[in-house]
Design a binder for this molecule. Structure first.
Ligand code: B12
Length: 294
């Protein structure tokens, strides 16, 4: 049997059988009627035939099911187009070497978890020295000056620090998404950045478990990263984006691609090989009392 990408289906035992395992709980005691209800629900989900592998009592008045079913639906894989971060994944040494050779100074990266969001672990995973899943954090890069401002940093404070510290890149983490607070905070940051003339000057990257690249673009960011992101993926994007905007020739040399997407602001090349220290050391934003505004 040959794989037909135009009619892609889940794989169970044999190609195109469409076998899927789903589990759910019904708020009724396990019984023959509960089993039939689970089968009918699975049929409504598009499974045929349906096999109830497990029906267990989860608690008083609750039945837990594991169902195997053959999914009838398929998707045309050849027609799928996804808006995604296009940069090539590179290792730390290569990224450091690109910055040393083509930019000649450290790129200043500021990261924070913003608003009233107190979840620090995501931004720590990206920035802190030890990194995430065996991938060193941005602090470990010789040619990045990466600073982690922690959590509960207000948008105004972040932009003030970005301007004062002459940041090149802003990394924003959003974890709490209740009532779409992440979208509201991200959009507000970008509206303020635009008013301060920072939107075009800096590279803005958003991240978090429910952040996607399209969502980040919708909020006015340049890129978005979600679950399982590794620091080197972020560094790879940042260095390519910086070259694309400021040093199109170097971008073409490094990537083999035309810097056609270069922005207007990019026409002014960044000065090479100069040390750019922030006017004042960037102080960590004052932590606010953890408050769940959700
Ligand atoms: C630990 C934790 C906490 C700790 C946080 C401690 C700390 N210092 O961070 C504490 C106890 C404080 C906490 C509090 C709350 N929490 Co909490 N918490 C969690 C938990 C268990 C783990 C989060 C975590 O650390 N993940 C590990 C990191 C590594 O993963 P990550 O954040 O996804 O980061 C990765 C990527 O997303 C990405 N990334 C993240 N940020 C960025 C940024 C950039 C720029 C980039 C490029 C990439 C990137 O890279 C990272 C590495 O791959 C989650 C549940 C879960 N299992 O996820 C709930 C969870 C996030 N919390 C939740 C909630 C509701 C709360 C509270 C509101 C609870 C309450 N009612 O008080 C409060 C909120 C407090 C506040 N003001 O924010 C909900 C959020 C639901 C939602 N959708 O909004 C979750 C999902 C639990 C749940 N299932 O309900 N929490």
């Amino acid at each position: 049997m040959e794989l037909n990408l135009k009619k892609l289906k889940p794989y169970g035992d044999i190609l195109d059988d469409g076998v899927v395992q789903v589990s759910f709980t019904l708020p009724v005691e396990p019984s023959a009627e509960a089993r039939e209800a689970a089968i009918q629900l699975a049929q409504k989900m598009g499974f045929e035939p349906v096999k109830v592998a497990t029906m267990e009592k989860a608690a008083n008045g609750f039945a837990f099911f594991v169902i195997y079913g053959n999914l009838k639906a398929s998707v045309d894989f050849t027609q799928i187009k996804v808006l995604k971060v296009e940069s090539e994944k590179r290792g730390r040494d290569e990224i450091d070497e690109i910055i040393r050779k083509h930019i000649g100074r450290k790129l200043v990266v500021l990261g924070a978890c913003t608003g009233y969001d107190a979840h620090t672990v995501g931004i720590d995973a990206i920035i802190n020295m030890k990194g995430f899943a065996g991938d060193y954090g941005l602090e470990r890069y010789q040619w990045l000056d990466a600073r982690n401002l922690g959590a509960q940093v207000q948008n105004d404070e972040l932009l003030k620090l970005a301007a004062a510290g002459k940041a090149d890149v802003i990394l924003v983490s959003k974890v709490v998404t209740q009532h779409n607070i992440h979208v509201k905070d991200l959009k507000e940051l970008m509206a303020k950045a635009a008013r301060l003339g920072l939107k075009e000057k800096l590279i803005f990257v958003a991240g978090g478990p429910r952040v996607t690249h399209p969502l980040a673009l919708e909020c006015g960011f340049d890129a978005g990263f979600g679950v399982g992101t590794k620091p080197s993926e972020v560094a790879s994007y940042v260095v390519e984006e910086y070259l694309k905007r400021h040093l199109p020739e170097a971008y073409e040399e490094v990537t083999g691609k035309k810097a056609s997407g270069a922005r207007k602001a990019a026409s002014k090349p960044a000065p090479k090989a100069r040390s750019r220290k922030p006017t004042k050391p960037i102080r960590k934003a004052k932590p606010r009392r953890a408050r769940a505004r959700v």
